[in-house]
Write a protein that binds this ligand. Structure first.
Ligand code: DGL
Length: 274
């Protein structure tokens, strides 16, 4: 494919199954306030955690096309499930038309940068954990990691219903994290874009003794380094006008954006499936 010249003024596109990926958008906005963001939440197909790899690949390609149509210089797959199951597919499809980033490599890098970490816990959706992607990537870097993945499917609906920092969320989190496989770990990867919202509760279970790897923060740093390397960091003084799309609009999603993005935002419907 012929090389396409990317320009600093082009926006960064992000997508997720819903609004959870806004935690990644928020971290990127904080790190790179001059970048314009185009966010797409595939609420018509939420949740991705229970879908087959073929379905996730199909959705991801169509959404990548939407972000390319919106002239994005970079596509951030702001969903662990889609990153686990469709990153290579999206990368092949996009080619040189944009840079493509997933949320798993930055978390893995954070682990491999710390020589003391050996026993790694990962929590995520059924799709992410079943893919074994973290163990595969860690094994590529160093064979001696012991990786313990646990699917925690109750956490996403719990958070979306606003159940966090309360008795119920504490009981659910405690019940998952007290499984023997997550007891003796050196670090825990929060392998889902919703989990930054319950980070404090997870920290409390481990009494602050187990470092938590929050992919949102790691991705923001990774995005910064990649844009810099490609010489396409936006230095414009103009305030960026972000856009936030969902594939199926309901008021409930818009109400919850506040928790994830730390600011009330306006969602627009992009009818790519209708
Ligand atoms: N945002 C997705 C992730 O990071 C989880 C939500 C879903 O199952 O769609 O894996």
């Amino acid at each position: 494919m012929a090389s396409v010249k990317l320009d600093a003024s082009q926006p960064i596109g992000l997508f997720d199954s819903g609004i959870g990926g806004l935690t990644v958008a928020r971290a990127i906005r904080e790190k790179l306030p001059k970048e314009r963001l185009i966010y797409f939440g595939d609420t018509a197909h939420l949740p991705y955690g229970d879908k087959s790899p073929d379905s996730i690949k199909y959705y991801a390609i169509r959404i990548a096309q939407f972000l390319l149509d919106n002239h994005c210089k970079m596509i951030v797959i702001a969903c662990n499930t889609a990153s686990a199951l469709a990153f290579d597919t999206v990368k092949d499809f996009v080619g040189k038309r944009a840079l493509v980033v997933n949320v798993i490599d930055p978390a893995v890098k954070k682990i491999t940068d710390q020589p003391k970490f050996k026993r790694i816990g990962v929590i995520g959706t059924k799709g992410t954990i079943k893919s074994g992607i973290h163990a595969k990537k860690l094994a590529e870097a160093n064979k001696s990691y012991e990786v313990h993945g646990l699917a925690t499917p109750l956490l996403v609906p719990m958070i979306e219903e606003g159940f966090f920092n309360n008795k119920i969320s504490r009981a659910v989190i405690d019940s998952y994290l007290s499984r023997p496989k997550l007891k003796k770990i050196d670090a825990l990867i929060l392998g889902c874009t919703h989990y930054p919202l319950i980070k404090k509760e997870i920290e409390a279970v481990y009494q602050g003794k187990v470092p938590l790897i929050d992919s949102a923060d790691e991705v923001a740093e990774y995005v910064y380094q990649l844009l810099k390397k490609n010489n396409i960091l936006n230095h414009s003084a103009k305030k960026p006008a972000h856009r936030f799309y969902v594939s199926d609009y309901t008021d409930a999603f818009e109400k919850n954006t506040n928790f994830f993005f730390n600011e009330k935002i306006k969602l627009e419907e992009a009818r790519i499936w209708k």
